[in-house]
Design a protein around this ligand. Structure first.
Ligand SMILES: NC(=O)c1ccc[n+]([C@@H]2O[C@H](COP(=O)([O-])OP(=O)(O)OC[C@H]3O[C@@H](n4cnc5c(N)ncnc54)[C@H](OP(=O)(O)O)[C@@H]3O)[C@@H](O)[C@H]2O)c1
Length: 321
């Protein structure tokens, strides 16, 4: 795995890691889940103005039009060229059926005002469908390997540079890799010191799959974690590490990934935080710091996907824990 660090400067280049396709992905990106449509355009603009080049999007976030407006405005202003950006979106669970994959992809592409994506991810291995009469989410029988075959066609057609998955466990990656024509370039999963997933991290490393860490702060604004909020941003052990370097918990939590070649996509709609979250390339965590952070693991997930009966889906990915 090649990780390239550049010296810090204003509007600095954010370091990158190479995908199995040969393309490079910036190690820090902007997350956009829960970013209100009225706020996300500005968030994307602030991010791009301050050196971010990687934006994480999804059909399911219901804000791709506004994300696209932010991207377009910065291209039109000449702040950035399309080829310097790295735009990721995701195929939602309801569109796993063969005939739905390309239309769902095209809808994201149109909403984002783009002609290609850098990576398209399968949002999860669990296919579902919406019962239009009852409004209920039902399980679909479609196998994620069949969905993957449709995603491979998007690469063949030049609509996307690379394809990947999200929320896949080791068994599911092994099964997909044993059948696919194009290897998944990325697996986007929840990762932070309370959920270190060493087996999954090792599998991805040895199989040429770049990991993207989602919810690096434990998703404090998630609607799904009301009862068991865990406070990574206030954890005193993490604060003690940050204090040594004059850095915040957020900085430590982000560098923890970047330093080992894991891409990370903190969400913020607050301009000052978006800027601060990129100020992580002027310090290093020691081996002891990393060991201490890993020692905080408690297999705690903010995103358990325990809605609509999904834990009984045959492809529910979190049974391995
Ligand atoms: N593939 C998947 O299934 C999946 C699942 C979850 C997330 N994701 C992706 O990963 C991204 C990040 O995860 P997430 O949104 O769950 O949560 P997160 O990045 O762990 O946390 C976001 C929260 O932290 C706050 N925040 C950001 N920077 C901060 C700072 N420096 N200090 C204090 N608070 C700060 C944000 O507030 P403000 O916005 O108010 O500033 C927001 O409330 C998502 O947006 C999405 O793109 C993917």
């Amino acid at each position: 795995m090649t990780v390239c660090f550049f010296p810090q400067r204003k509007n600095m280049s954010i370091p990158t890691v190479q995908l199995s396709t040969g393309a490079v992905i910036p190690l820090l990106g902007l997350g956009t889940w829960k970013s209100a449509p009225g706020q996300v355009q500005q968030a994307v603009e602030v991010a791009i103005d301050n050196g971010y080049r990687h934006i994480d999007c999804a059909h399911a976030y219901r804000n791709e039009k506004e994300v696209g407006a932010g991207i377009s405005s910065r291209i039109q202003k000449g702040v950035v060229k399309r080829e310097d950006l790295f735009i990721v979106s995701k195929l939602w669970n309801n569109y796993h059926d063969q005939e739905n994959v390309k239309p769902a992809f095209m809808e994201s592409l149109t909403n984002l005002h783009l002609t290609y994506l850098d990576v398209y991810l399968m949002h999860s291995p669990m296919g579902t469908k919406l019962n239009k009469q009852s409004g209920e989410v039902e399980f679909s029988d479609v196998d994620y390997t069949d969905t993957w075959k449709e995603m491979e066609k998007l690469v063949d057609e030049g609509l996307v540079k690379a394809i990947g998955v999200s929320n896949f466990n080791v068994g599911q990656l092994e099964r997909l890799q044993s059948m696919c024509r194009i290897n998944p370039a990325v697996n986007q999963v929840e990762l932070h010191p309370y959920l270190t997933q060493p087996k999954l991290v090792q599998y991805c490393k040895t199989n040429g799959i770049v990991l993207t860490a989602y919810s690096p702060f434990g998703s404090p604004d998630s609607p799904f974690v009301q009862c068991d909020k865990q406070r990574l941003l206030e954890d005193p052990v993490i604060s003690a590490i940050g204090k040594k370097y004059g850095k915040t918990n957020a900085h430590v939590l982000l560098l923890y990934h970047v330093q080992r070649g894991v891409t990370v996509i903190p969400k913020s709609v607050t301009p000052v935080r978006i800027i601060q979250n990129a100020q992580i390339f002027d310090f290093s965590l020691s081996d002891d710091d990393i060991k201490t952070l890993e020692g905080l693991n408690r297999n705690w997930r903010s995103a358990k996907w325990d809605v609509s009966g999904l834990p009984s889906h045959k492809f529910y990915p979190f049974k391995e824990d």
